[in-house]
Ligand binder design. Structure first.
Ligand SMILES: Cc1cc2nc3c(=O)[nH]c(=O)nc-3n(C[C@H](O)[C@H](O)[C@H](O)COP(=O)(O)O)c2cc1C
Length: 179
């Protein structure tokens, strides 16, 4: 098997998320593809380019939300990943709700939401590395089965790197854990 070197970080595909923050008193959402849970999911780490409008709110309030959009929110997701809150009101695309943190706007239409508090911001110019602690997680009741999240119902939007950069669907479940 011949190996060929290709460009890019190939830890992919991953679900795209909409990160939310309060900027100048309004909720704003952007698409983040470079994101990861760590410390067994207690924290979330993502990469935020420094000129993003959302960054203003994350630095000011030290809070943000992570929302997982579904395939039926593809059009809104594409808007959140291409238009900036500097010149477009992305908060108006969704119904926003708040949990424990009053400055971490979450998207009601997304089945999965997490509110996070910033623990650390790493300077990786021209990006920030944002580390947030997951304060609380929420799921729309419809996506639960026996009190657990049923991913077969969710239909997340999966994003691939490695030069592809397209969106995909999640495939069928191929294992069965004993409960
Ligand atoms: C699939 C996809 C993945 C993206 N991943 C990131 C990312 O990891 N970090 C980032 O700063 N921007 C990322 N972006 C770009 C922002 O979502 C985009 O520039 C957005 O319009 C910024 O909005 P804002 O200025 O309102 O914050 C991504 C966009 C797409 C479509």
């Amino acid at each position: 098997m011949t190996k060929q070197e290709i460009e890019g970080n190939l830890l992919s595909p991953l679900p795209v998320v909409l990160v939310g923050a309060m900027v100048k008193g309004r909720p704003n959402y952007l698409v983040i593809g470079y994101i990861s849970p760590f410390d067994f999911g207690k924290y979330i780490f993502f990469s935020l380019y420094k000129n993003r409008y959302t960054r203003i709110g994350i630095h000011e309030n030290r809070t943000f939300s992570v929302n997982i959009p579904t395939e039926d929110l593809l059009a809104e997701t594409e808007i959140c990943g291409s238009k900036s809150g500097k010149s477009f009101d992305k908060g108006a695309l969704f119904d926003t709700f708040y949990g424990e943190l009053k400055t971490a706007p979450m998207i009601r239409q997304c089945p999965i939401n997490m509110e996070c508090e910033v623990k650390e911001i790493l300077d990786y110019d021209p990006n920030d590395g944002i580390i947030g602690r997951v304060v609380k997680s929420y799921v729309t009741a419809h996506y639960l089965a026996d009190g657990k999240l049923d991913w077969r119902k969710v239909h997340p939007i999966i994003w691939a790197t490695g030069g592809d950069f397209n969106f995909y669907k999640l495939g069928p479940r191929i294992s069965q854990k004993e409960s």
